[in-house]
Design a protein around this ligand. Structure first.
Ligand code: ADP
Length: 462
């Protein structure tokens, strides 16, 4: 087995606080790094006055991490700028929020060059290099320019936009061309993969073969759909742990016989939170009989607070939740509990388990792991109902959820009503079908599927 080098914007070293407290991605990648004695390379999250290229090497719980500090201007232009104000909105179909600033693009190029420059000396002859996500599209090309001939893969965690939308990005073609420096490129779903094929065939005169080989000029890469999963076994165990059981018990006590609907999302405009609140408001307006019988717990820890569109969504949700509670609450009942903080994973699992309905309604999402976690945390004998947006990547695997159009308040309202009255037999049948997929295609499966494809690429010397 070749040594694996993982590169991502931020590095998540294992914390050793108990497996239940680590995200599935960190668990899977850490396991792969341990097996291959690999390295996880990325930004430390710290800033420095002047970029030096100094690498901070650390070993935690069997995993070696290599991190670099960036300048404040790098963070502004590359991370808050090009990654989160240009690419993120555009790739989530929010062209209205995308900002096109040449300074952002320059910062993005500069940081990718800095990543390449510092990473290069760490790469040995037979290493597999696996680059993650939209922060680092050009990294493979920068490494090739430095003479790295190793097998390099790229996985995109967010959606790939439709061809017509991508044309609005200045220098879109250069960005897509950088993908041809990789050997294997992975997308979360068939839909995003197809959008990539559309761009390559219509814009670059490329060709696509049935096995996913994509050729432009003299360069050929393998493109595949490789949906990420959760660490299912671990999450099921977390949901049965003592802290989870206690949290579940406390939630049920505080629900006081009412049905709980749960939403858990980073506070991000792609998650459809305003539309969700409006859908729930419509449900309350249309179903007076349910007043006092149900409540929505929305957990939404703030993210990317330096970016204005994130400040705006936060203000808008504060006002919307206040308005809905003001209109419907009475002395003994508050229809929305809106909480802006994070919880340890085992407690989150207990909260999911206490909820009759999981409401996952992103307007666009690369995958959406919360949907999978909600299902994995359920009691098999009395599972809750997952309501899922048709525009989440997870829908390709979780078609037996109650599917909705997140833009339609009526759809959300009808789905809530249906979920609350769904007979036990149907709940179990749907849950079993969802769980079969979540068990089979977990995060270890995802990691192997990608690294197996990369290992099959012939070495340049072979
Ligand atoms: P995204 O990666 O866009 O944030 P996902 O749904 O794919 O969306 O993944 C979100 C992850 O963050 C999940 O693993 C979820 O459990 C975790 N998470 C979200 N909100 C919280 C919270 N309040 N406390 C703890 N973990 C959270």
């Amino acid at each position: 087995m070749s040594r694996l080098i993982i590169v991502s914007n931020r590095v998540q070293p294992p914390t050793g606080e108990g497996a239940g407290n680590q995200g599935g991605l960190a668990v899977a990648l850490s396991a792969a790094l341990r097996e291959s004695s690999g390295i996880w390379f990325g930004w430390s999250g710290e800033t420095t006055e002047q970029f030096t290229g100094h690498i901070n090497l650390q070993r935690n719980f069997g995993v070696t991490t290599a991190t670099i500090d960036l300048e404040a201007q790098d963070v502004d232009e590359y991370y808050n700028g090009y990654a989160n104000r240009t690419l993120w909105p555009l790739f989530h179909y929010r062209i209205d929020l995308a900002e096109f600033e040449s300074g952002f693009a320059e910062g993005y190029e500069r940081v990718n060059a800095r990543f390449a420059e510092t990473l290069e000396p760490l790469i040995e002859a037979d290493d597999l290099v696996w680059v993650h996500d939209y922060h680092l599209f050009p990294l493979g090309q920068r490494l090739r320019e430095r003479g790295i001939g190793n097998r390099i893969g790229f996985f995109l965690h967010i959606p790939w936009p439709p061809h017509g939308l991508l044309l609005s990005l200045p220098n879109h073609r250069e960005l897509v061309e950088t993908l041809f420096a990789y050997d294997v490129v992975g997308f979360q779903t068939q839909t995003w993969l197809q959008s990539f094929f559309d761009y390559v065939t219509q814009e670059m005169g490329g060709s696509v073969e049935e096995d996913g080989r994509v050729t432009v000029g003299d360069r050929s890469i393998l493109a595949l759909a490789c949906p990420i999963g959760i660490d299912t076994q671990n999450f099921v165990e977390a949901s049965q742990s003592a802290p989870a059981r206690y949290t579940c018990y406390r939630m049920k006590q505080s629900a006081n016989g009412r049905d709980m609907i749960i939403g858990v999302d980073r506070l991000d405009y792609s998650k459809g939170l305003e539309e969700r609140f409006l859908g729930y408001e419509r449900f309350l307006s249309a179903n007076e009989g349910h007043h006092g019988e149900v409540f929505l717990l929305q957990i939404a820890p703030p993210s990317r607070g330096d970016v204005q569109s994130y400040q705006e969504i936060r203000a808008s949700l504060d006002s919307l939740s206040g308005r809905i509670n003001g209109a419907f609450a009475d002395v003994e009942w508050v229809p929305i509990r809106y909480v802006n903080r994070g919880y340890p994973r085992d407690r989150l699992a207990g909260i999911y388990r206490a909820a009759r309905v999981g409401l996952v309604t992103p307007l666009r999402d690369g995958m959406n792991l919360v949907a999978k976690e909600y299902v994995a945390a359920q009691d098999p004998e009395d599972p809750g109902v997952l309501i899922l947006s048709r525009f989440a990547g997870a829908v390709e695997q979780l078609g037996d959820a109650v599917l909705i159009n997140p833009y339609s308040a009526e759809d959300i309202s009808d789905a809530i009503k249906m979920a609350l009255s769904m007979p036990l037999e149907e709940r179990i049948a749907r849950w079993r079908s969802l769980m079969d997929n979540i068990e089979a295609e977990d995060v270890m499966w995802w990691r192997r599927r990608f690294t197996d494809a990369l290992e099959l690429v012939p070495q340049p010397t072979e």
